[in-house]
Ligand binder design. Structure first.
Ligand SMILES: [Zn+2]
Length: 275
């Protein structure tokens, strides 16, 4: 018995030593690599777009080469003089009540939730899959000049890479709805930080109850500012607590919204189906 214990001790000592050696190896190698990576990242960061100063929205077209940020049909816009269109039907939304949310990440531009695929909308018979949703403070689109304190963008893509984005305006309220309590519980989140979630979430709960909308064709509102994006901006806002708005404000870049862009002849339509 004594002999065996001795053996075990010996084996674990060897393992322990091995482990220590490999740790040291890793430690030795890592600083060199990460230094290079950091320098490279820093170089990129220097020119990378932001929401302020020399790399702010008015310079995106110049600093972000090979993007459409200087294009003619950009977003966001001020929604004014929208034409009512009785052909616009309620949006065909297929969101699960139990979407599994993997994690939330602070990508330095916004707070973004990542989840299992499976939620989608259907536009003109085509499926557009929900890829991610994120926040802007203040809202990006204005409605007759009015800017809401916050907006949620739900980004969808079809099989050909064409985008459709739903925008849900948020209004300050005394309390959050339950769903926003859930989202808020993963804040604060520092830049580049990702928090695991691994829980189900009713994706429908971020949408307003009444779903009349404005629609037009524009672009992504961050580089590469890709055009040909079908926008759907819900007319009615959802309630979000002042506390959540403040918490998001603290972890996102100040004013992470792009200013309104010229319409350049585009027409904004407004749904008016019976709901
Ligand atoms: Zn957005």
């Amino acid at each position: 018995m004594k002999q065996m214990k001795h053996h075990i001790f010996y084996i674990s000592l060897i393992l322990g030593l091995n482990f220590m050696t490999s740790c040291q190896n890793v430690q030795k190698k890592q600083p060199e690599v990460s230094k290079e990576v950091k320098q490279e990242a820093k170089k990129k960061e220097d020119k990378h777009w932001s929401y302020q100063g020399e790399t702010g929205p008015e310079h995106w077209a110049k600093i972000e080469k090979n993007t459409e940020c200087g294009g003619k049909y950009q977003s966001p816009i001020d929604i004014v003089g929208a034409q009512s269109d009785s052909n616009l039907l309620p949006l065909d939304i297929h969101y699960s009540s139990k979407t599994k949310i993997h994690n939330v990440t602070n990508n330095g531009h916004s707070i973004q939730f990542n989840f299992d695929p499976g939620d989608y909308i259907v536009l003109n018979g085509e499926k557009y899959e929900l890829k991610q949703f994120h926040f802007h403070e203040s809202a990006e689109h204005t409605i007759k000049g009015v800017r809401y304190p916050m907006v949620i963008h739900l980004v969808h893509v079809n099989k050909n890479g064409k985008y459709a984005v739903l925008a849900v305006m948020a209004e300050e309220s005394r309390v959050n709805s339950e769903s926003f309590d859930f989202l808020e519980s993963y804040l604060p989140l520092s830049v580049k930080e990702t928090k695991d979630i691994g829980k189900s979430f009713n994706m429908n709960s971020v949408l307003p109850e009444k779903k009349q909308y404005y629609t037009y064709e524009g672009s992504l509102t961050t580089p590469p500012c890709t055009e040909g994006v079908q926008w759907f901006i819900f007319k009615n806002p959802v309630d979000v607590s002042l506390e959540m708005i403040k918490e998001l404000q603290e972890v996102m870049p100040v004013n992470n919204y792009r200013d309104i862009q010229p319409l350049n002849g585009r027409v904004v339509k407004r749904s008016f189906f019976t709901d």
